[in-house]
Design a protein around this ligand. Structure first.
Ligand SMILES: Nc1ncnc2c1ncn2[C@@H]1O[C@H](COP(=O)(O)OP(=O)(O)OP(=O)(O)O)[C@@H](O)[C@H]1O
Length: 298
């Protein structure tokens, strides 16, 4: 059973000439759960992952896996699996052929190649040219490549992008199982909605800086009571009279820092008949968008 290792990013900065792609970024990723690495296009996700995998040298700061830099790991392919390199596979060669070359170089038995291709559902297509693969099949191949060394840590760049609904359901279950086995699973995406049902924790960056790390539930999704009445003016007076904080739209009132029971009791006491009353949460996606648009508080 693989034991996951902590990923630790500490004061990491990367400049490309005048562009600061990653700025003083610090976060950690724990084993045994799926962590989403989120941010809009250009936020610096790929650059961070590339530094973590020793593909780009940081300008300053450190990125370690189990306390070691990637290049200092004894057997990198058996410790860290990544889909990052699979995008550069030669279109004229087969999936099996590609993986066999890597397996051979890392001393991994060829039987493992067929095993991982089966695991990701490519068993029947392993002899086909990668150039003929759909985007979804390429994603599965990236995952097969990442799994080759049965690694403790998985770092996957946008693995859900391009999958069809069945593929999305499949990868959700698959990633969760890998984490449940004790592995560390880090999954990047520019869409919260894409990973929302897969991740336990999120690290969110914007403009190269950390804007949030923690559980999804802490992201916002603030509770609001949605309430409406045929006689809006009377309801508005009742809400204002009770010093409640609310906003008004075409669909009625959104009242904060209270609950539906209290608002219902207020309406009853004020003799206002209601058309609608419900506890809701401000959409998570909205909270995410506001967070990345506002950017880090420098
Ligand atoms: N090799 C490079 N040379 C110059 N600028 C670069 C280089 N690589 C990345 N950048 C710049 O660094 C910033 C962050 O890019 P990065 O690819 O890390 O973002 P990302 O969050 O992964 O976005 P995407 O999802 O679009 O790939 C961008 O402004 C990008 O143009």
């Amino acid at each position: 059973m693989p034991q996951g290792r902590q990923i630790a990013v500490s004061s990491l900065t990367k400049r490309f000439g005048p562009v600061e792609a990653v700025s003083n970024l610090s976060f950690s990723v724990e084993p045994g759960r799926v962590t989403g690495f989120l941010g809009p296009n250009g936020a610096g996700k790929t650059t961070t992952l590339r530094m973590l995998l020793g593909l780009v040298a940081p300008t300053s700061g450190t990125a370690t896996i189990g306390g070691e830099r990637y290049r200092d790991l004894d057997s990198p392919l058996r410790t860290v699996g990544t889909s990052l390199e699979a995008s550069s596979f030669h279109p004229g060669r087969s999936a099996r052929n590609h993986l066999a070359v890597y397996a051979d170089a890392a001393g991994i038995p060829i039987t493992r190649v067929d095993e991982v291709l089966e695991l990701v559902g490519l068993g029947a297509h392993s002899g086909r040219r990668v150039g003929g693969y759909s985007l979804g099949m390429r994603q599965r191949l990236g995952l097969a490549f990442a799994l080759l060394g049965d690694p403790e840590v998985l770092i996957l760049d946008e693995p859900i992008n391009g999958l069809d609904p069945e593929g999305i359901r499949w990868i959700r279950v698959f990633l969760r199982e890998l984490a449940a086995e004790g592995r560390t699973v880090l999954v990047s995406s520019h869409l919260l909605s894409e990973v929302q049902q897969t991740v336990d924790e999120v690290v969110i960056i914007a403009k190269g800086r950390l804007v949030y790390q923690g559980q999804l539930s802490g992201l916002g999704g603030e509770a609001v009571v949605m309430v409406d009445a045929p006689e809006r003016d009377r309801l508005r007076s009742a809400l204002a009279g009770a010093s409640l904080i609310f906003s008004e739209s075409d669909s009625g009132f959104a009242v904060r820092h209270t609950d539906a029971i209290a608002v219902g009791a207020l309406a009853l006491a004020s003799g206002v008949a209601l058309r609608h009353l419900a506890d809701e949460r401000a959409a998570l996606e909205q909270a995410f968008l506001e967070l990345v648009q506002e950017g880090p508080q420098a």
